[in-house]
Design a protein around this ligand. Structure first.
Ligand code: UD1
Length: 416
């Protein structure tokens, strides 16, 4: 188990290149299972979640080669039983259910793991698949889904716009008989990436990015090449690191429109933002203003930037308040943030942060991916040395974090 050693404080400055989106790449890899032949994905981030998903694909019979940011996937014969240890380490592996049910008529997955950030039931995924004709049973710790006569199109209304369920049902529906309609679908930009990839394979999907997605089933799908969209959460994390350290700099190769909820929040804190094509520059003001924010499904403020935003609030002048509505236990990192000196009071799903506080480096434990990122951001602004254990959580979603931050002037290195 590794750690990051951060020597603070520092004022970050410069440019940082943003990689491909984790939450798109993982789903595109899974979508390839619906097709046949040789796929090529470009701009795939080198993060451990992607490597775990590559193992999942290989365990199902696909062949995966991953070099630099280019991934080749060859799909021929497949089987539908995923290895338990891989699914347990990453919730996104539950996404194989839709494609495998569609392709094979059966699938068996272990109950998934992933970040420890609250109850993450699968009812929306499972009810959608059932409405399409699948029978689902729990066999010990494994979910067994069957549709021996194939899936059929259905008109499905989600009780909540779940990102994973939207993608799972979309993928199940592309090979189903007839039309599927998903109502109250999630509108995250990564879903539009999945739609574009599926359509490039020969599927007929429309509506991604809106609340209603329509999928006309087709007989079979071929293969496709695709470039993964930029990671808006990685970009947001670097923007918040620049802001929290009182710095100024630019994130490059991003789609600024995907970051609007964050940019609005950061502007309200007094930061200067300049957008130029696929680059966003931020300059911290002399005095950061506090904010009030609520996390919501897209186009709301993303829950995946909530912890980093709280880290930024420690340097704002006054009382900031943040309400988490997407996950029910996403404040576990506050204990660690307080060890740095942050004044943060939690009441239920709301945290109030009083700033500015002078933070002091210490030993910290990253409990999950985005919590880990927030601790790194806060440690960069803290006086002295911080040792952040649990780098394996951060490596799930950030490629070369220490190299990219060092490029911005941070003193950070990895220690074993
Ligand atoms: C995805 C992202 C994750 C992000 C989240 C919300 C990936 C790999 N992960 O996760 O980074 O934080 O979207 O933007 O893309 N829920 C149910 N029943 C279900 C499914 C979900 O109650 O069947 C609940 C969850 O417990 C959670 C909320 O819905 O409270 C949001 O979950 P969902 O949108 O499904 O997130 P994920 O797809 O797991």
């Amino acid at each position: 188990m590794g750690a990051f050693l951060v020597e603070g404080p520092c004022r970050l400055q410069g440019e940082v290149q943003i990689g491909g989106a984790k939450n798109s790449a993982l789903k595109l890899m899974v979508a390839a299972l619906l097709g046949q032949g040789a796929f090529c994905l470009e701009n795939v981030p080198h993060i451990t979640d992607v490597c775990t998903m590559a193992e999942v694909l290989e365990s199902l019979g696909a062949r995966v080669r991953f070099n630099a940011q280019r991934m080749e996937i060859e799909v021929n014969a497949l089987q539908g039983r995923t290895p338990e240890h891989l699914v347990k380490s990453m919730r996104a592996s539950v996404q194989v259910m839709g494609p495998l049910l569609a392709r094979l008529g059966w699938v068996e997955v272990a109950l998934p793991g992933g970040c420890a950030i609250g109850r993450r039931p699968l009812d929306i995924h499972l009810s959608g698949l059932q409405q399409m004709g699948a029978s689902i049973a729990l066999n010990g710790e494994r979910l067994v889904a069957r549709a021996p006569r194939g899936l059929r199109g259905a008109d499905i209304t989600f009780r909540y716009p779940s990102v994973g369920a939207t993608e799972n049902i979309m993928m199940a529906a592309v090979l189903a008989k007839g039309e599927t309609v998903i109502r109250n679908a999630a509108r995250e930009p990564e879903i539009a990436d999945v739609q574009a990839f599926l359509n490039a394979m020969g599927a007929r999907v429309t509506g991604a990015g809106t609340e209603v997605i329509r999928i006309e089933g087709v007989g079979e799908l071929g293969c496709a090449n695709f470039v993964v969209m930029p990671d808006r959460i990685e970009a947001g994390t670097y923007l918040l690191a620049l802001l929290t350290t009182g710095g100024a700099g630019t994130v490059c190769s991003v789609r600024p429109e995907h970051l609007s909820p964050l940019l609005n929040a950061v502007r309200s804190m007094g930061a200067e933002i300049a957008v130029d094509g696929d680059r966003i520059s931020v300059a911290a003001p002399k005095r950061l203003r506090p904010f009030g924010l609520v996390t919501r499904p897209y186009p709301g403020f993303p829950t995946d930037l909530q912890p980093q935003m709280v880290a930024a609030a420690t340097q704002a002048h006054g009382r900031s308040e943040l309400r988490e509505t997407v996950f029910d236990q996403r404040f576990g990192y506050l204990t660690e943030l307080r060890k740095l000196g942050a004044v943060a009071r939690q009441k239920g799903q709301v945290v109030a942060i009083h700033g500015p506080t002078k933070l002091h480096g210490t030993r910290l434990e990253a409990g999950d991916l985005r919590a880990g990122a927030a601790l790194v951001v806060a440690a960069l602004a803290a006086e002295g040395q911080s040792l952040i254990h649990g780098s394996q959580h951060i490596d799930r979603g950030y490629e070369a974090l220490e190299r990219k931050l060092s490029g911005l002037g941070a003193r950070i290195r990895r220690v074993e």
